[in-house]
Design a protein around this ligand. Structure first.
Ligand code: NDP
Ligand code: 8X3
Length: 251
């Protein structure tokens, strides 16, 4: 069977990187994206030994860059079978009245509008091919709301809504759409949320075993390798120690 081509946003770190590493071992063709060019180059060098890899450096907030980058894909990478909309982050953690406007812009522009731009650029070919799979990485923050999480939660509720909306609108084109919604995963996520305060970021994962990026990669791999008539439409994944966004059984 022909190797499938998978497009991963946010492949330079965390869940996206672990997914790229796992899928490379399984011989998927990979299009790896992110803003940090050095990391993309490292991934190209390392994973290029295992499978066909190309990289695209762009900021998902910039619609011009998104469409231009995707247009420049080499011919052999143009038929994308799976899009993993993973790029995203939380910026800040504060009450609505004290929220920072730039943080709000970043979360809505990256997590919501970025996901829309990338999907819009990739969908025409999937529709033409009557074949495709979009995996949207949401969050438990898209299923519930927690104190100080306001705009991040709103952005992930939007991802949850778009996941459902895509499934409705793309149904007649034979395109699968799935949402995966993790709880706490130990990645660079909290470092970004707390703007480089690594000490504070570390405390988020202390006293319990958080999910690892590889756990989510494993689930993504499972979801995209089901027979074509099977669509796992929505998955919520917690660490065992977590019962809700705010209830954690810490030592
Ligand atoms: P990381 O911070 O480790 O990775 C985030 C990735 O997104 C990086 O590769 C980063 O690449 C990319 N990214 C961020 N901003 C942009 C941008 N403007 N343009 C292009 N790429 C961008 O976090 P995770 O791996 O944890 O996060 C991945 C997804 O999982 C996110 O959508 C997050 O919301 C979600 N999630 C995470 C959870 C967690 O607890 N960690 C739990 C639930 C969901 P670069 O900086 O190179 O551009
Ligand atoms: C990341 C998980 O609980 O920090 O989406 O929002 S949480």
């Amino acid at each position: 069977m022909k190797s499938q081509t998978v497009f991963i946003t946010g492949a330079t770190s965390g869940i996206g990187k672990a997914t790229a590493e796992l899928l490379a071992k399984q011989k998927f063709n990979l299009i790896l994206c992110g803003r940090r060019k050095e990391r993309l180059l490292d991934l190209q060098n390392k994973l290029g030994k295992l499978t066909n890899v190309t990289t695209l450096a762009f900021d998902v907030r910039n619609k011009g860059e998104v469409f231009k980058a995707i247009e420049t894909l080499p011919t052999k990478f143009k038929n994308i079978d799976v899009l993993i909309n993973n790029a995203g982050n939380a910026h800040g953690l504060s009450t609505i009245q004290n929220g920072d406007l730039d943080d709000w812009d970043a979360m809505m522009d990256i997590n919501v509008k970025g996901l829309l731009y990338v999907s819009k650029a990739i969908l025409p070919k999937m529709i033409e091919n009557n074949n495709g799979f979009i995996v949207n990485i949401g969050s438990i923050a898209g299923k519930e709301v927690y104190p100080n999480g306001n705009v991040y939660c709103a952005s992930k509720h939007a991802v949850n809504a778009l996941n459902k909306a895509m499934r409705l609108d793309l149904n007649k084109y034979n395109i699968r759409v799935a949402g995966i919604h993790p709880g706490a995963v130990e990645t660079e996520f909290s470092e970004v949320r707390f703007k480089g305060d690594t000490e504070r970021a570390k405390t988020v994962y202390e006293g319990y075993k958080a999910l690892q990026a590889e756990d989510i990669a494993d689930i993504i791999h499972f979801v995209i390798t089901r027979p074509y008539h099977v669509n796992i439409e929505d998955l919520v994944v917690y660490p065992t120690a977590q019962a809700s966004a705010t209830i954690l059984n810490k030592e």
